[in-house]
Design a protein around this ligand. Structure first.
Ligand SMILES: Cc1cc2nc3c(=O)[nH]c(=O)nc-3n(C[C@H](O)[C@H](O)[C@H](O)COP(=O)(O)OP(=O)(O)OC[C@H]3O[C@@H](n4cnc5c(N)ncnc54)[C@H](O)[C@@H]3O)c2cc1C
Length: 582
């Protein structure tokens, strides 16, 4: 089947849905393709909040938010983008409120706000209440609200259509080609469909599934990022991957930072609030990279609980009312998955792989750029976690991802609508689905003749967790590079058990594993080259930040012998880099 549209949005998380809504409001004929049912997108699991300097409880200013974002990202943030983020956060959150999102309220009826790591007043003075929230179900409410608005505005959804290739007209992007559509695999019956459009948005979310312990849903395999990479678009700052301090031990399910925002504390085996030693001013509300490192230090020093590799999150003193009104879901997670009663006992936690700061490079209009000069790929856009604009730099602040989705999803929709008004729809491309059909058929032809997907995936998850985690060094990263190469070779002969057409998740998982391997390779290459410590990238052999050499973004291009790296400057408009203390 060939479907002609004017705009295609790949992904129905917060970023994709807001873009689609904006397109529909502009009267652009839009389709959303999503491999999951829309409201199962990972945005729906976001717990803690979405920040905007509304100042509902105390004075706040958008430029304080901008400063915190830049400092939180260890000065690798593009400041022109951070300014857009902090400024437009305010109007997008208010627009969500007008769409009907049920935020928690202050006694006088305003949107309630709470503290979150690294968000401060007056350029770093003390914590500020900036995160707007709907209990600990903020993402769920955002996703439902936006989905309802999309339905109301007549957006066409293709649920359980997995995009497996991108189409270009006039050559690949590097040859000056423009985006022309996508090829999608219909999960229900295994048919390939082509969707043609003038403008295509990647909003496919993150890729935390390459790690063993992660907060990320099973579906977060970096599809859109890998597809861009395979079409010659470089990936930006892939070496920066965030570990969130408070995952459920052993399984990584998240217990939101909102617990600390409401006053929860972190304790070691001796019952000490160990953050005193690492961030005396902000304590548990220091940024995530710092808290995760502090936890590893405590564990290495033998002060993990019972000498083991976890610590305690303590919310007992918050009392039943706060817990029930503001943290109901995450306290239930502790009961269900750990058998712990947070009202009476501290909860065992350990860092969990959480968020990709890097991804598809874009400018502030959410247009994909393909080189260090900022050359735009006509018709191709990216927003949300898969994109790198870069507002998070080397480390994202909590609640800044949901804002990123709203602000840059909305900008993507607006820019796509403008662009679609200026160009003709691409012509049908003969045999557009053939290259990807050949790839998928090759996997099917090896039914039960080679290694299983799960063996390779587990080995990948282990090496990424153990060698490319919170702390890294040359030895660990070199071993990871060799291991990922070996796994890529083995993946070339991977085999599956199911060769049917109906709901063949075996086949799709084999394909997704290929994406994860490509992205892991880019991540390791960037990390190995970057001989400094900045934000979430912490090299024990190079413990200092080195602005003279490394205040620049990495661009990893895919090549036959592995990634080639180039660099581009960071946009610095207001805040000169300073030492980062909290
Ligand atoms: C447990 C958890 C809690 C979080 N809490 C917060 C928080 O409180 N505040 C905050 O700011 N951030 C939070 N984050 C981060 C934030 O939620 C995510 O970064 C954000 O929701 C990502 O949104 P997205 O729109 O980019 O993609 P997602 O919401 O991940 O959606 C991706 C979409 O892409 C689709 N897709 C993927 N691949 C394909 C393909 N090949 N073909 C078709 N469709 C495809 C999927 O079906 C899905 O619809 C949290 C993250 C997690 C994991």
């Amino acid at each position: 089947m060939d479907y002609p549209f004017d705009a295609i949005v790949v992904g129905a998380g917060g970023a994709g849905l807001w873009a689609a809504l904006e397109l529909a409001r502009e009267g652009v004929n839009t389709a959303v393709l999503t491999k999951l049912y829309p409201t199962r997108s990972h945005t729906g699991t976001a717990q803690g909040g979405v920040c905007a300097a509304l100042g509902n409880l105390e004075e706040d200013r958008w430029d304080w938010h901008m400063f915190d974002t830049v400092k939180g990202g260890d000065y690798l943030v593009d400041q022109d983008a951070a300014e857009v983020l902090a400024h437009e956060a305010i109007e997008t959150v208010i627009e969500l409120e007008h769409m009907g999102l049920p935020f928690n309220r202050t006694p006088d009826g305003k949107i309630d706000q709470r503290r979150f790591g690294g968000h401060t007043r007056n350029f770093g003075e003390a914590p500020v209440r900036r995160a707007c929230f709907a209990a600990d179900r903020t993402g769920h409410m955002i996703l439902q609200t936006l989905y309802q608005q999309c339905i109301k505005h007549g957006v066409k959804f293709f649920d359980e259509y997995q995009v497996v290739d991108l189409l270009f007209e006039g050559g690949e992007p590097a040859e000056g080609g423009r985006a022309a559509g996508v090829v999608a695999y219909r999960v229900a019956d295994g048919q390939l469909h082509t969707f043609r459009a003038k403008a295509v948005l990647m909003a496919t979310g993150g890729f935390g599934r390459m790690f063993r312990i992660t907060s990320n849903a099973h579906s977060l395999t970096g599809d859109g990022v890998a597809l861009c990479y395979r079409h010659g678009i470089p990936l930006e700052d892939m070496e920066f991957f965030q570990f969130h301090p408070t995952g459920i031990v052993g399984i990584g399910i998240l217990l939101s930072e909102a617990a600390r925002g409401e006053g929860g504390t972190l304790l070691n085996d001796k019952g000490e609030r160990f953050m005193e030693r690492y961030a005396p001013k902000l304590m548990e509300l220091a940024p995530r990279d710092m808290v995760s490192r502090a936890m590893y230090q405590e564990i290495r020093a033998g002060r993990g609980i019972g000498g083991k590799d976890y610590l305690y999150l303590d919310v007992r003193h918050l009392g039943r009312k706060v817990i029930e009104e503001k943290l109901p879901d995450i306290t239930d997670f502790a009961r269900i998955y750990q058998g712990v009663e947070p009202l009476k006992e501290p909860v065992p936690v350990q860092p969990t792989a959480h968020y990709a700061m890097g991804g598809i490079p874009t400018n502030v209009f959410s247009e994909v750029v393909q080189d260090e000069r900022g050359t735009v790929v006509p018709g191709l856009f990216a927003a949300g976690e898969c994109a790198c604009v870069s507002v998070h730099g080397a480390n994202r602040l909590g609640t800044n991802s949901l804002v990123d989705l709203l602000v840059f999803g909305r900008r993507a929709g607006r820019q796509m609508a403008r662009y679609a008004g200026t160009v003709e729809r691409p012509r049908p491309i003969a045999d557009a689905a053939e290259p990807v059909r050949a790839q998928l058929d090759a996997i099917k032809s090896r039914a039960s003749k080679g290694e299983s997907v799960s063996t390779i995936r587990h080995e990948l998850a282990d090496v990424m967790m153990d060698n490319v985690g919170v702390y890294r060094d040359d030895k660990l990263l070199t071993a990871a590079r060799d291991k990922v190469r070996e796994l890529k070779d083995r993946h070339g002969a991977v085999s599956i058990a199911d060769c049917g057409a109906v709901f063949n998740t075996d086949l799709l998982e084999a394909n997704e594993l290929g994406y994860l391997l490509d992205l892991a390779e880019a991540m390791v290459a960037g990390a190995l080259a970057r001989t400094e410590s900045r934000g979430a990238h912490s090299r024990e052999d190079f413990p200092e930040r080195n602005d003279a050499k490394w205040l620049k973004h990495t661009l990893a291009y895919r090549g036959p012998k592995g990634p080639t790296l180039k660099y581009k400057p960071v946009s610095i408009t207001r805040f000169e880099p300073k030492p980062r203390t909290y």
